[in-house]
Ligand binder design. Sequence first.
Ligand code: MG
Length: 248
Amino acid sequence: MIVCRSAAEIDKVRQAGRIVAEALDLARRLSEPGVTTKEIDAQIEKLIRKAKARPAFKGYRGFPACACISIDHEVVHGIPGGRVIESGQLISVDVGAELEGYFADAARTFPVGRVTEEAATLLEAGRTALAAGIEKMCPGNCLYDISAAVEAVATKAGFSVVRDYVGHGIGREMHEEPQIPNYSQSTRGPRLEAGMIFALEPMVNAGGYEVSVLDDGWTVVTKDGRLSTHFEDTVAVTIDGPAVLTTL
Ligand code: MG
């Protein structure tokens, strides 16, 4: 069942979302050559706790950090550590926060210094694919309209979308129903209604969509070793259209 939430509840998620957006903005500014991913994670944790929120990823199924930080061909769930960021890399940062029992979740991929033309095109495709999915979050549309819109942008740009990881409902838990694939389905799926809140999170790969998990049990990488991007926002369906809740 997909829960429809009240305007007051959407506002609670928006408050958590603002903290997530602030954390990602900080991560963007910190993603410079010479900085370790662990340092970025520490600053994010400080910001979230200062806002009286809880880093939702820390301890989730044993995840050891506040943010997932994935570099280049790492798709999602990278564990922050001693790795030093270098110019030319793509840094994907995924952050979740819980504030007074409500959750928000978002991710961005940042270019460090000068990146290749392919990386720049991929970034643009990842951003645009998320925007196309968000645009479908209107009452009367259907769930898998989102999936089809996301995939269309990625494939038109010559890229692929990861199939093994999906977007999700969010609100009182970080992961709620439904699952939201980022590629077209054989039906349009359930009708969207005002009050539904989803975390849309397409992962767009430069090469094939196949991924595998490293021996650390967390880090997801592209099988062909090519670049990947991850853009995510927590978004509510409202009678006025999509409302992005993870903004400053
Ligand atoms: Mg998510």
